[in-house]
Design a protein around this ligand. Structure first.
Ligand SMILES: *Cc1c(COP(=O)(O)O)cnc(C)c1O
Length: 372
């Protein structure tokens, strides 16, 4: 089935007990055993599995084309579980502009725990090759990256990683399976912050890991999920699944709006450079055309001037909201360097936009007055 149909139906059938078309929320933490000791509905205790989480996991697996998915309480809990599934002494390569929360997780938790790691520009395969070590177990990739929207060729990276005996994990939060399906391109696992586009309404935190349920690595992820318990509540699962139903159409609208805004910014005299993979001038344009169906809803741009000038532009917006995060219906603007703190490599004159579902002319008019 096509992805629009999967988004509506995967994991979502009318409730067999009541006929309810929209799934009920099952708050019960425990499930009845049959006299023979079996669990006739497949659930025993809610940390291990429950109907709402099983439905969300079925949907995530179907959308990404995996055979299994594990849902988590946040995107960071999903990322953490992938690193916990490694062993001390393993070496990890992560992009030099990896999501700053993931960089902190690696530096502050997993390096002391015993992982070795290096940050490398994943768009430069020669550098990736040079950074590989015999004990390299995992390559983490984010494409488009945050906040520079750099594009990594997932298929080429997977070939290189597999030749070295390493796994490729793609954080697909920014693209979503509507724009790009990393497993089909050769990645071994996909990670999501469902907090963003999948939930889609800025009202639920969540995460997921998708892969091959039968693989040894995924079995470790599943085991950490069910024994560690960093899982989403039934209501949170329900909210994410509700968001997923409209995901394909929202992604088209985010993308269409973002392309219009990026073209406007690209010609503006107060703007130094626009980072958007849908612009022909973007370094990753050719790869994006090949591996993505649409360039997505995220844009970064650098104003002419310094941090103060960038903050002044953000201070003037009326339709955009000054806030972090992304993937909701409302457009957001963010001065990324001041959010990331003193260790940031993000340019001080950069503003990041999460383009929402408003009319793009209203967004363009708002940016035009703010840039004046
Ligand atoms: C937001 C985000 C995360 C972390 O997700 P949380 O739900 O906030 O923990 C991870 N990766 C990317 C690319 C993100 O945008």
């Amino acid at each position: 089935m096509r992805i629009e149909t999967l988004a509506v139906h995967a994991g979502q059938e009318p409730d067999p007990a009541t006929g309810a078309v929209t799934p009920p929320i099952h708050l019960s933490t425990t499930f009845e055993r049959a006299p023979d000791g079996s669990y006739p509905h497949g659930h025993m205790y809610s940390r291990t599995s429950n109907p709402n989480r099983a439905a969300l996991e079925a949907s995530l697996a179907a959308l990404e084309g995996g055979t299994g998915a594990a849902a988590f309480a946040s995107g960071s809990a999903a990322a953490m579980t992938v690193f916990q599934a490694l062993a001390p002494g393993d070496h990890v390569l992560a992009p030099d502009d990896v999501y700053h929360g993931t960089a902190r997780l690696l530096r502050e938790t997993f390096v002391p725990w015993g992982l070795a790691m290096d940050f490398v520009d994943m768009t430069d395969l020669a550098r990736v090759q040079a950074a590989l070590r015999p004990e390299t177990r995992l390559l983490w990739v984010e494409t488009p990256s945050n906040p520079l929207l750099k594009i990594t060729d997932i298929a080429a990276l997977a070939t290189l990683a597999h030749a070295a005996g390493a796994l490729v994990v793609c954080d697909n939060t920014w693209a979503t399976p509507i724009l790009q399906r990393p497993l089909a391109l050769g990645a071994d696992l996909v990670v999501h912050a469902t907090t963003k586009y999948l939930g889609g309404h800025s009202d639920v935190l969540g995460g997921g890991v998708v892969g091959d349920e039968a693989s040894e690595f995924f079995r470790r992820v599943r085991s950490i999920q069910t024994t560690g318990g960093a899982v989403p509540s039934p209501f949170e699962c329900w909210l994410v699944l509700r968001g997923i139903r409209t995901l394909p159409y929202r992604m088209r609208a985010h993308s269409e709006n973002a392309l219009a805004v990026a073209r406007f910014l690209n010609g503006h005299p107060a703007v130094e450079v626009v980072h958007y993979p849908g612009l022909e001038t973007h370094a990753g344009y050719a790869v994006a055309q090949r591996q993505m169906t649409l360039p997505g809803g995220m844009i970064s741009f650098q104003v002419r001037g310094d941090s103060t000038r960038a903050m002044a532009v953000a201070a003037q917006v009326r339709v955009f909201t000054r806030a972090t995060s992304l993937g909701g219906p409302e457009s957001l603007i963010e001065h990324r360097a001041s959010v990331e703190g003193p260790e940031t490599r993000t340019p001080q004159n950069l503003l990041r936009l999460s383009i929402g579902l408003e009319h793009h002319d209203d967004l363009i008019e708002d940016l035009a007055q703010a840039l004046q």
